[in-house]
Structures are given as structure tokens and as C-alpha cells.
Design a protein around this ligand. Sequence first.
Ligand code: PLP
Length: 359
Amino acid sequence: MNLYNIVEESQRRMAKYQKTMTVNLTSDTATRPTPKMLQAMFAAEVGDDVFRQDPTVNKLEATAAERFGMEAALYCPSGTMTNQLAIKCHTQALDEVICEEKSHIYQYEGGVYSMLSSVSMNLIKGERGKLLPGQISAAVKPRYDWLPISSLLVIENTCNKGGGSIYTNEEARTLVQEARSSGLAVHLDGARLFNALVETKESPADWGKTFDTISICLSKGLGAPVGSLLLGPENLIDRARRYRKVLGGGMRQAGYLAAAGLYALEHHTDRLAEDNARARRLGEALAPLPFVASVETVESNICIFHLAGALMAADFLDDLAEHGIQAVPFGPQMVRFTTHLDVTDEMVDHVIRTLQKMA
Ligand SMILES: *Cc1c(COP(=O)(O)O)cnc(C)c1O
């Protein structure tokens, strides 16, 4: 064996290794609990949460409420449930909810607001999923018998379909003031709020002061396997707890899951800056590639890009899958990459090398 054979052999092995490396950029919901998180789950003290006797769920709710400076919190199976419970508690039948047209509550929650709360949506086209000052007061309907009653504003931070765009607290406060002066309640879909906070250096309490209710996901970038929290005033959270139960969301020894959420709140918020930085690196690498028409500004852990020419997202994603890389289409020629706890720098290197080879 001469030196060339050795180099060739090593390259063959490297190629095989790279092929077996799997990188899941589908969503930040793809994370698996870390060994330490699992330890915390196994060690959890539990009880029956329907009787409010699960100490770990109680601790998670109290910890989150305190961190946001809000009165109470409710642990739920999903962010769809926390958002929809908020809509239910803030509205009456035949009211309408004002939100940006890319909002998760409208796009990805099965339209259940119509069934559960009997409300409609008043959709506004903003920029990258963000509403602009003036748009809310222009959308609020006057009180006539033949019009729905505008009663709730929902904004999303970061905005998923807006490419992970971020509202600063100041921007949000301007919108909230506008909504309140029209008599609306205000809910924040903060599924990925912590991804925004590491960029803006704001605190959860800044946001707790701004909104009536906030929903946060523990199961996204924070890396817990399950769960979301609804935060708000005690009387509203009490009503939400009742609706959670009748919808089948009363979980018994949920402390095993809540322990993962507590662990995530304690250990996984600051590290989200790494996820955001990795998404930025992906965006920078994608921009000059010939098969990429454009990359939307990367503000957090989401990178949305558009394919050039006739290249379809489905075909592009098939090619990527061959190299062990998974992602999702966001339109016929649109792709979303999402970074998270289980995506390392080495994996990002592998994705970038693969993309450059495809060019
Ligand atoms: C994921 C997500 C939710 C909640 O989704 P679930 O899958 O029901 O937990 C809500 N809003 C946004 C913006 C999300 O990305």
C-alpha cells in the first residue's frame, strides 16, 4: 500500500462516515432529552396533577410564573393547547382574533379556534410575520350588529413562518398599546420566545409585563420531550385549567415530563445563542450557492431559503436526504432549516460541505 492508496482509502472511509451522519434540521421539536435531563426526569417526585398534587408540575408552574413575573402558569401537553386555551379564555363566541396572516394559531392549529371558541380570524399582512404600528387600530372593527367583535390580539415571537423574525419588546409594546386602546386583550405566542431573548438580551419579566397571557414551548429549542406553559393572571389560568381538563389535557403523574421542562428552563435557555449562530452560518453558506435564489434574513434558529430556476424543494430535499440531512419544504421552491440542541458545529460543517458539493 503506497501513500496514495492510504489517502484514497481514508477518503473512502470519510465519505462513508459522512453518509451515515444524520442531521435533522426538520424542526427544533426533533431534540431528544440529554442524559442529564433524563436523570432529572427519572428522579422526579410525582403525584396526581389533576388533584394539584404533583410537586414537580407545581414547581414548574411556579418557577415559570415567577420568572415571567406573572401570577400563574398552566402546564399543557402542547403549544396548540396553550394558545387555544388563551383564545378560549379571552373571547366570546362570534368575536374575532386579530393576528398576522402567517401566525401559527391560524396556519397550523387546524382552525380549531372556530370549533373551540367559535371565533373568526381577522388576518393582517405584515412583514416577515410581524405586524407594523398602525395596522391594529386600522383592523379593529367598529361595533355594528353585523360585524364580529374584535376582542383579542395575538402576536408571535419569534415568528416561525416569518423566518424566525424577532420583535423587540419595544416593538411589541407599541402594538400592545395600540390593541389595548381599542379594548383588545393581548396574547403572546412565545413558542420560541427564548430564542429571541438571547438576541435582544431582554428578560422574560419584560415580556410578562407587556402581555395578558403568554404561551411558551418547552418542547422546541429548550429540548424537553413534551410540554408548553400558559402564563397569565390567576383567575384566567383557573378557567384555562378547567378547559384543559375537559379537552383531555389533565395528565396524572405529569411530573416526569415537567421535570424535563424545569431542567430545560434552568439549563437550556442561554445556549439557544449557539442554535441561532449555527442557523446564521447555514444562511451565510447558502446565499452564494447557484441553486439558491435567496435566503431570508436569519434572526434566530430558523433559516428559510428559496431555490433558483426549476429546482423543486421535494427534489432538493431528496438529494439532501441521501447525505443524511433532513429538512422540510415550506413552499414548492422554499425550504426551512431549523437548528436545535441536537445539531452540532460538526453537523453544520457536514451540511455546508454537502451543499457546496451539490452546487
Ligand atoms: C410549535 C409552535 C406552537 C405549538 O405547537 P405544538 O406542536 O402544538 O406544541 C405554537 N406556535 C408556534 C409559533 C410554534 O412554532
